[in-house]
Structures are given as structure tokens and as C-alpha cells.
Design a protein around this ligand. Structure first.
Ligand code: PRP
Ligand code: MN
Ligand code: MG
Length: 178
């Protein structure tokens, strides 16, 4: 698996440190609010797990599974709900957790559906932001790192479902995906 990685973009130590900083920042923001922290499967599962352990406040977690149509390395923006949240979000403060915002299409879609559900607030925390690829302008309230337009994998991010278990963010060798 490591043979397929060209560079380590964000090493494990840097990653863990930033995630813990973000968690503390979020804990301040959401003190007394019992936020509903939403993990967007599958990419954000590792990030979310680490993040909430640095948030020393009462909170709840839930999972949303969505699928974007189409295959390959780019998302199509057409999104389908595979698993919705378990409970009503009416009046709740939602914190959507993403691993990466690329075109922004997934996130725009999610925000759109949650806006129709009478929440108290909706904010977004993404570990990675790849601004060069944006198609849909979305506001990301909390960002871990900005990344260049390269094919990144690891710490939840996959290529064809692989590499999610790498403990760092790496750049995939081109010959792996072309
Ligand atoms: C990836 C990533 C984000 C989304 C970002 O998910 O985890 O959710 O794409 O791309 P966008 O900004 O262009 O919409 P993916 O659809 O690959 O599913 P996964 O999380 O299960 O890997
Ligand atoms: Mn995803
Ligand atoms: Mg994916």
C-alpha cells in the first residue's frame, strides 16, 4: 500500500495535532449547545472519531451515508441518500464533518437538505479544503488544512475504497489511477 504513495502531504503527528486543536476550538464554539455532530460516511469517519475525543463537552453523533453517482476520481454532484440521520434535527445545532471539500457539490447538497429541516444552526468542519476545484461555492466554517489539487488519500480518504486506513494524508502515484 505504501508503495502507491508518492509523497506524504500531512504526516501523522501534524494531523493529530491539528485535529486536537480543531476539537478544542469546536468545544468552545458549542459549549452548552449539545450539538449534533454529523459524520458523512465514509470519508470522514476517522477524522470524526479523533475530533470528538478532543471536544470536552456534551454532544451527540450521527451518521449520514450518501452516494454520488458516477465513478472515477471526480464526483458528479448528483447525490443520493443511502442512510439518513436517526432522529429529527429540528431546533438542533448541526455540525457537519467532512474529510475534504473538493467541488463542493456534496456539501452544498447536504446543507440544502438540512436547511429544509428547521435546524437552529448548520456549520461545517472539513479536515481538508481543495479550493482550486470548487464548482459550488460553500462556506466552510472550520478547516484543518488547505491542500493543492493533487490526488490525496489516507485518514479516511480513498481511491476506489482503498487507502482509507493510512494514518497520514498522502499523494497517490499517478500510475495507480490513470
Ligand atoms: C468524497 C469526500 C467528500 C466528497 C468531496 O466522498 O469524502 O465527501 O467526495 O467531493 P466534492 O466536494 O467534489 O463533492 P465520496 O463521494 O468519494 O464518498 P466516500 O466518503 O465514501 O469516499
Ligand atoms: Mn465523502
Ligand atoms: Mg470517496
Amino acid at each position: 500500500m505504501l508503495n502507491d504513495i508518492k509523497d506524504v502531504l500531512i504526516d501523522e503527528k501534524t494531523l493529530k495535532k491539528r485535529v486536537s486543536e480543531l476539537g478544542k476550538e469546536l468545544a468552545e464554539e458549542y459549549k452548552g449547545k449539545n450539538p449534533l455532530v454529523i459524520c458523512v460516511l465514509k470519508g470522514s469517519v476517522l477524522f470524526m472519531s479523533d475530533l470528538v475525543q478532543s471536544m470536552d463537552i456534551p454532544l451527540e453523533i450521527d451518521f449520514m451515508a450518501i452516494s454520488s453517482y458516477g465513478t472515477g476520481t471526480r464526483s458528479s454532484g448528483e447525490v443520493r441518500i443511502l442512510k439518513d440521520l436517526d432522529k429529527s434535527v429540528e431546533g438542533r445545532d448541526l455540525l457537519i464533518i467532512e474529510d475534504i471539500v473538493d467541488s463542493g457539490l456534496t456539501l452544498s447538497y447536504l446543507i440544502k437538505i438540512f436547511k429544509d429541516r428547521n435546524t437552529n444552526s448548520i456549520k461545517v468542519c472539513s479536515l481538508l479544503d481543495k479550493p482550486e476545484r470548487r464548482i459550488s461555492e460553500v462556506e466552510i466554517d472550520f478547516v484543518g488544512f488547505a491542500v493543492p489539487d493533487e490526488f490525496v488519500v489516507g485518514y479516511g480518504l480513498d481511491f476506489a475504497e482503498k487507502y482509507r486506513n493510512l494514518p497520514f494524508i498522502g499523494v497517490l502515484k499517478e500510475e495507480v489511477y490513470v
